[in-house]
Ligand binder design. Structure first.
Ligand code: 4AD
Ligand code: MG
Length: 440
């Protein structure tokens, strides 16, 4: 019996017989030769079948094989410099598990399909080499995230998904019936992670978060995955350092282990190789001045109004001036969430940071130092018209051993879109949830 392996590990079996389990991707024929291309989720390999070397029945079975039929393949591995993975398989047997019927072919052929059609067939679109490459990079980023935090002595703690109140503003909440109460799907685990940080010091969470965003942009999902570290005794400065080390670590890991997949996507890796801490830092005021200058030079269509949050053309403009992520800190408190600590040097500003990815990808991380003072926090809760009862436990954290503390959240899909250089976040997650989009 030939050992069972996967395409990415064929190199360990040069000259030997192996068994692969996968699907037919494509089939070429040339006289007495068949060249089926198989895929198994780890890569693709071309098989070679000589008419004379196998039974007529087997040859005909492979010759009529349809795209995406499932197959168990046995063959001898042969190094082949011209092959994309470096190896070919001289086929000895192909056992067909399920043959896709000739009269009802796999809907996604190898020609181009429109995005609309592909989105409706997302359950099958996932199998295409591009989507496989993206999901393998996504998975590697997740692994890198966990490795980074464990290496830095963080404890993972999982915040709830059903919550009684808003974290990031009341306009993007998804309501859920909770017996006789109203609950919401979480927008961020942060508030709970603050409690966990007071218990454990350095914590992080990773889980799905929800925003009923009515915006139909290439950066917005209604369900996305956020990784959120929270650190007791940390200041804004400390988590800015953490954020740049974190991003640099993740990019370095993808370059190390997923170069092949970046190649499948045609990603310019030289641009990723620049991504090393320290990252440039700009205050909100400096960034605003840059936007004014850009407008004066005619490089920006619209003038920036001081005091506003940055729009995506603004973010794109700022990040286009740098070859690595930019950290913009100290935004006006008025445009940010209720829980941020004011800057002692200018009480109208918040001790917060947004990290903007290069190449026009915009904000990938949002973080801040959290409000330390009980009375001021209560005031903010009132100002933002949040229900005080639901925040009693959160206020308690300022009453029982309060300490300066800070954290941030990174949207995984935004990071994947940037690292893979995708046009839209819809390809970064197996089954995207967007405005008016829930199927499949
Ligand atoms: O900037 P945000 O709203 O920050 C928070 O939720 C904080 N409570 C995080 C924290 O400090 N622990 O969201 C954080 C990140 C954004 O920078 C962005 O990458 C991503 O989450 N994000 C989205 N990603 C996809 N679709 C959306 N609708 C997103 N909204 C935010
Ligand atoms: Mg933000």
């Amino acid at each position: 019996m030939a050992p069972i392996t996967t395409i990415e590990h064929l190199g360990q079996f040069d000259g030997q017989e192996v068994t692969l389990r996968g699907w037919l991707y494509n089939l070429r024929e040339s006289g007495k030769l068949l060249f089926p291309i198989f895929r198994d989720g780890t890569g693709q390999v071309q098989g070679v079948m000589f008419k004379k070397a196998v039974s007529e029945e087997l040859f005909e079975s492979v010759k009529s094989l349809t795209q995406e039929s499932s197959v168990i393949v046995t063959g001898k591995v042969r190094a082949e410099k011209r092959a994309p993975g470096g190896f070919e398989l001289d086929l000895l047997n192909v056992e067909v598990m399920q043959r896709v019927p000739e009269d009802s072919p796999y809907p996604i052929s190898l020609k181009d399909h429109g995005v609309e059609f592909l989105m409706e067939h997302r359950h099958l679109w996932l199998r295409s080499p591009r989507q496989v490459a993206i999901l393998r990079i996504r998975s590697e980023i997740e692994r890198a995230m966990h490795d980074f935090f464990y290496e830095h002595d963080f404890t993972r703690a999982d915040p709830p998904i059903l919550t009684p109140a808003a974290c990031e503003g009341t306009s993007t909440l998804f309501p859920v019936d909770y017996f006789d109460d109203q609950a919401y799907l979480t927008q961020s685990g942060q508030l709970y992670m603050e409690a966990a940080a007071m218990a454990l010091g350095k914590v992080y969470s990773f889980g799905p978060t929800f925003r009923a965003e009515k915006s139909k942009t290439r950066r917005h999902l209604t369900e996305f995955w956020m990784v959120e570290p929270e650190v007791a005794y940390a200041t804004l400065e400390d988590i800015m350092k953490l954020a740049e080390d974190f991003i640099s670590f993740i990019v370095a890991r993808v370059l190390e282990t997923r170069r092949h997949e970046l190649g499948v996507l045609g990603r310019d890796v030289a641009l990723l190789e620049n991504i090393k801490a320290p990252f440039p830092r700009l205050s909100y005021d400096e960034a605003a001045a840059m936007l004014n200058e850009g407008f004066a030079k005619g490089e920006l269509e619209n003038a920036f109004e001081y005091g506003n949050d940055f729009g995506s053309p603004d973010e794109t403009y700022i990040s286009s001036k740098f070859d690595r992520p930019v950290m913009i800190h100290r935004y006006p408190a008025a445009v940010k969430a209720f829980y941020m600590e004011p800057d002692p040097n200018d009480l109208t500003k918040a001790l917060c940071v947004d990290v903007l990815a290069p190449e026009g990808y915009g904000e990938v991380i949002g973080g801040s130092q959290r409000m330390g003072d009980y009375t001021k926090l209560l005031e903010r809760i009132h100002q933002h018209e949040l229900p005080e009862e639901a925040f009693q436990w959160y206020l308690d954290l300022r009453k029982f051993g309060g300490v300066p503390h800070s954290g941030f959240g990174m949207g995984l899909e935004r990071a994947v879109a940037w690292i893979c250089k995708l046009d839209h976040v819809r390809e970064t997650i197996p089954f995207p949830r967007m405005l008016h989009k829930m199927y499949p």
